[in-house]
Design a protein around this ligand. Structure first.
Ligand SMILES: Nc1ncnc2c1ncn2[C@@H]1O[C@H](COP(=O)(O)OP(=O)(O)O)[C@@H](O)[C@H]1O
Ligand SMILES: [Mg+2]
Length: 416
């Protein structure tokens, strides 16, 4: 072995351990000691759940709100507070089970996770698959009856469960209160999306919605308070001046009042300041972080386009490079698209369908298209690319299906 050379990890050992702590406090999964501007919502939820401490089943609750408005954090906070009080009062039989339905998006895994949460430490876990549903349900019901208290079941991102697997498990769970003589259950459903209610059976809907709480998006002042708290927790308050923090909050608030994005912005700006060896997080760091996050979002949008849309966009980008400031027409785009799609080994969509795809790209803001009249050439759709063609080509060629296109070129001399 080449024991003389340095281990590649060695240099990282010398990194400031402070950095790790700071980064943790700026991660989205970090649960802070308090949640500014969610006091009212917390108070309301605590009030609804408090009968549980006296053995009375609380109402079911539905919580709605856009992404990043603190729904998950608020419920984790409540869970922590409730568990602390339950543990300090030996005579309360309340158990909180918090399930993320983004991960557990089917009936089996919801029931198995609940069953596992109710086991004694020496009992064998429920298997992840394999049991018939009725056996699993009966067994979980038995556990609930043996427990004999109140279960507060938090179903975070419940819309994902409903979209993937329907509402049958909710129906079964809600019926527990009728069939069980002993244990009771309250369900708290959390969703980003109000529309999922349309997928629910009316019986499930009315039972689930005994109480509804809506979390509103944060405004710039509220985001500022959240960020300020966060930099204090992270121990980097001295690194950022108030006007810079206000700028971060203002940029963050533009994203639908989403605190997650604002905290991401702060974390990336902090990382940039470390790389630059700057002793402050400056305005430039914030702007750079914004650009970087925007690029990440753009990259994600591009990579999640369906293949034909990608090939249309690819053709437009190649044409843009080929023609410089010359006009790109939908006809030229269709021709190059046809050539490219055949090279990939697929048959082309019709001209009309491709025009639809061009409109879709337009709606997404990636391109702008308009119908223009060209005298004796007639009318045609003219396309403008709103982003750097080289960046788009690079992102698209990262898709394995499109890597064979690297050498493709438009056929003829440009018309205009
Ligand atoms: N009021 C708040 N105070 C402090 N941090 C917050 C607050 N609201 C949201 N956050 C932070 O923003 C991020 C997103 O919050 P989260 O609860 O996951 O939102 P949601 O579940 O509504 O999408 C998390 O990092 C969370 O800590
Ligand atoms: Mg959430």
């Amino acid at each position: 072995m080449n024991s003389g050379s340095r281990n590649i990890f060695e240099k990282f050992l010398q990194m400031n351990p402070e950095l790790g702590r700071i980064k943790v406090a700026l991660e989205p999964s970090y649960l802070p000691q308090r949640l500014p501007h969610r006091e009212k919502e917390m108070e309301r939820i605590a009030q609804i759940l408090s009968p549980a401490l006296n053995g009375i089943r609380p109402s079911n609750i539905l919580i709605f709100g856009k992404p990043g408005v603190g729904k998950t954090s608020t419920m984790r906070f409540i869970e922590r507070e409730l568990t602390n009080i339950i543990n300090s009062k030996y005579d309360t039989k309340v158990k909180v089970i918090n399930i993320n339905c983004g991960i557990n998006d089917n009936s089996y895994s919801i029931l198995a996770t609940m069953g596992n949460a109710l086991l004694y430490s020496w009992e064998e876990k429920f298997p992840f698959t394999g049991w018939p549903m009725d056996k699993l349900f009966q067994s979980v019901l038995e556990k609930i009856e043996n427990f004999g208290g109140i279960i507060i079941l938090i179903l975070d991102e419940v819309d994902k469960l409903i979209k993937k697997s329907g509402d049958s498990v909710l129906y079964q769970l809600l019926r527990i209160n009728e069939v069980s003589s002993n244990g009771k259950i309250s369900i708290i459903g959390i969703s980003n999306d109000l529309k999922f209610m349309d997928y629910l059976d009316p019986r499930v809907k009315s039972r689930l919605q005994e109480e509804t709480i809506v979390f509103h998006p944060y405004n710039a002042t509220e985001i500022f308070d959240i960020l300020k708290d966060r930099v204090i927790f992270a121990g980097i308050y001295d690194l950022i001046d108030e006007p810079v923090l206000r700028l971060a909050a203002a940029i963050g608030a533009q994203e639908n009042g989403d605190a997650r994005r604002a905290i991401d912005l702060l974390r990336v700006a902090y990382e940039i300041s470390v790389i630059k060896k700057s002793n402050k997080i400056t305005e430039e760091c914030i702007y750079e972080a914004r650009d970087r996050l925007e690029q990440d979002v753009f990259r994600e949008i591009i990579s999640s386009l369906p293949l034909h849309n990608k090939v249309v966009l690819y053709s437009i980008s190649i044409l843009k490079n080929f023609k410089g400031n010359g006009k790109i027409t939908s006809g030229e785009c269709y021709e190059l698209y046809g050539k490219a799609i055949k090279k990939i080994g697929l048959s082309p969509l019709t001209n009309r369908r491709v025009n639809d795809l061009i409109s879709e790209l337009d709606k997404m803001g990636i391109i702008s298209s308009e119908v223009q009249s060209f005298g004796r050439y007639g009318r045609t759709t003219v396309i403008q690319l709103n982003y750097d063609p080289d960046l788009i080509i690079k992102l698209l060629e990262a898709d394995e299906a499109m890597s064979s296109l690297a050498t493709i070129k438009p056929d003829q001399k440009p018309l205009f």
